[in-house]
Design a protein around this ligand. Structure first.
Ligand code: MRU
Length: 366
């Protein structure tokens, strides 16, 4: 992504200090701050507190976390995997990256010292995974852009901008670079498709208002922020042509688990005859999850994320304001599942697939 004219990734390795750097997403949009990860605990804390978030980025951060752990103790793979797995339960990319790390790194266990792994192998793995993620998200963008161009030609007759609604942040910040849903938007805009993006605020962490709007502003893409409850209203008023989101886990049958509120977006899209797409790398498809009929673990986060609002005061100082009394019982569900029947298509790095088992089966093993 381009930030103030400079190419920037969400995570990178600083060889000079032997540290992993991330954009601290808890400080955006008011503050652009780089946060350094020096230990496995730092990596776990960054994922848990959502300094880094978004399914693909969590996976890559975990891979770097393994390196930070092995650097201190080359025999710590198992404990590192256990600790990283416990950070966030729903995004499958975390588990996919950890399983892949175990497979890849086990090959480098020297005979004689069977539990020790050279840390430089873990670094190589993490760096490769980061490159792969960036390339994969760019490819998702090419396919997403083709979908948006077609819709623009069909729905807008090329005389008005395509109106896209998105939920949460599925942009470059949620990945190493480019993003998933936003990657298609960036590619389409660069290819001359005029766009306006409706951005759902995405309570309670406000990834839409704080992160997606920040990214779109950096990219110079026209957008408007709406509260989550307004998504159905703008659709009903004819102000939306297509909804595109990311995903944290897709079932083998095409059900889309994503940030809480996505299901309501898809329902409103269906009621208004609008297409609803999810854009994601194949690593987000969980072929071990047959369908939405089988519930998956949905992360529930701290109630204080809902009852206490954070921001900055007019003078610029950080502020935290209690909105609801402590006695108010809060259930802070972080994700929901949109059934495949509401999904018009799954945009991946290999192309656009129907949200059903037959179509997605072609992606197994990719
Ligand atoms: O809780 P978050 O912010 O990690 O949730 C992120 C999302 O739900 C994104 O839409 C999803 O991870 C796709 S990111 C390319």
């Amino acid at each position: 992504m381009l930030i103030e004219g400079r190419q920037q990734r969400s995570i990178w390795f600083d060889a000079a200090t032997d540290q992993v750097c991330v954009i601290d997403q808890t400080r955006l949009p008011h503050d652009f701050a780089v946060h350094r990860l020096r230990t496995l605990d730092d990596a776990c804390e960054a994922i848990n507190s959502m300094r880094v978030r978004g399914a693909p980025l969590i996976g890559v951060t975990a891979a770097f976390g393994i390196y930070l752990s092995l650097r201190e103790n080359p025999a710590s793979l198992e404990t590192a995997i256990r600790q990283l797995r416990a950070t966030r339960p729903t995004a499958v990319n975390l588990h996919w990256a950890l399983d892949r790390a175990v497979r890849d790194l086990s090959e480098h266990m020297p005979t004689g010292v069977p539990t020790e792994i050279p840390p430089e192998k873990a670094l190589e793995f993490a760096l490769d995974l980061a490159e792969e993620d960036a390339a994969c998200c760019e490819a998702i963008g090419e396919h997403g852009s083709a979908v948006l161009r077609r819709l623009w030609q069909e729905r807008c007759g090329e005389d008005r901008p395509l109106q896209v609604l998105t939920h949460c942040n599925a942009g470059a910040l949620a990945t190493v670079d480019w993003g998933t849903a936003l990657s298609g938007i960036y590619k389409a805009a660069a290819a001359g498709v005029p766009l306006h993006v409706w951005v759902d605020e995405t309570r309670p962490r406000n990834q839409g208002g704080a992160l997606t709007c920040w990214e779109l502003r950096q990219a110079g893409i026209d957008h408007s922020l709406i509260v989550d409850g307004a998504a159905g209203h703008v659709m009903a008023r004819g102000l939306v042509d297509v909804c595109v989101t990311g995903s944290d886990r897709v079932s083998a049958s095409g059900d889309v688990c994503n940030k809480i509120g996505t299901y309501q977006v898809a329902l409103a899209a269906r009621d208004n005859n609008l297409p609803f797409y999810a854009a994601l790398p194949v690593s987000t498809v969980d072929f071990d999850w047959p369908s939405a009929a089988e519930p998956i673990l949905i992360e529930e986060r701290d109630a204080r994320e809902v009852s206490i609002a954070g921001g900055i005061e007019e003078g610029g100082a950080n502020a935290r304001v209690r909105q609801y009394p402590e006695e108010t019982v809060v259930r802070n569900y972080a994700f929901d599942v949109t059934p495949a029947r509401l999904v018009s298509g799954i945009i991946t790095e290999h192309g656009v697939y129907d949200a059903n088992q037959n179509s997605l089966a072609a992606l197994a093993g990719n």
